[in-house]
Design a protein around this ligand. Structure first.
Ligand SMILES: [Zn+2]
Ligand SMILES: [Zn+2]
Length: 239
């Protein structure tokens, strides 16, 4: 019996032992290859295309972008696939804390099929993940942004520049900080150590979730200081 037919026999058995469930709600899925159920898939909170041209965010009543004023000048464009709503927080937590790395593949697929990076991938030379401080990476076992960046790189064939930017110092988690505190918390936290490879390149900086864009902005700035050309930012979700 070939390995292929063995695997075909084993898959239904595995489904019986570990019934596949939706990464969004834990409910049943159509088949073992589906990671989201039909209901979660149909209710995904896509960012849409009606917002700001630079960052995709929604305009306030005065017609101004709610996000752009806070974004670092070194970010040419910022894109996100989904709002941090519905089942999206579940997906983000499943990747980050339950270490379900297959979720990174789902996130990258949703981004490409949803069109969040349309236009940008054609002109991007390199993908750079937002780094974790080495101490946090050891604690967590992996960097979720790096997993995401690797999946995006696989789907788009854009090379991944792992380790180009490092965290020069550990920073407090941004979760409970206001916009001003977020900016000062990450100011100067990143250093680019790959000057040659990034020289004059168009780079896509990748992270899982963005709130004010302070972290993306700092990574972008470190790349520009080291000689990079244009910088785009991408996150799976936007809070
Ligand atoms: Zn579901
Ligand atoms: Zn904007």
């Amino acid at each position: 019996m070939s390995a292929g037919s063995l695997a075909a026999l084993a898959a239904p058995l595995l489904d019986l032992l570990y019934p596949p469930s939706c990464a969004g709600c834990g409910g049943p899925v159509a088949d073992s290859t589906a990671r989201l159920c039909g209901r979660c898939l149909g209710a995904l909170p896509w960012l849409g295309e009606s917002g700001c041209r630079r960052c995709g965010s929604e305009f306030d009543t005065g017609g101004r972008c709610q996000l752009c004023g806070q974004l670092d000048d070194s970010l040419a464009y910022v894109r996100s696939a989904l709002w941090f709503a519905g089942c999206v927080p579940e997906l983000v937590h499943a990747l980050k804390y339950a270490r379900r790395r297959e979720i990174a593949a789902l996130m990258a697929e949703l981004t490409i099929t949803g069109g969040a990076l349309r236009g940008l991938t054609k002109v991007t030379d390199l993908i750079v993940p937002v780094p974790l401080h080495w101490r946090r990476k050891i604690k967590r076992g992996f960097n979720q942004s790096e997993s995401l960046a690797a999946e995006l790189s696989g789907l788009t064939r854009i090379p991944l520049a792992r380790g180009s930017v490092v965290r020069a110092r550990a920073t407090a988690t941004q979760t409970r900080l206001n916009p001003e505190q977020r900016r000062s918390n990450v100011a100067g936290a990143f250093v680019c150590r790959d000057d040659e490879r990034i020289q004059d390149k168009t780079i896509l900086v990748v992270d899982d979730v963005m709130t004010t864009g302070a972290t993306l902005g700092e990574v972008a700035r470190s790349l520009v200081v080291a000689g990079a050309g244009r910088i785009f930012g991408w996150t799976f979700a936007r809070a």
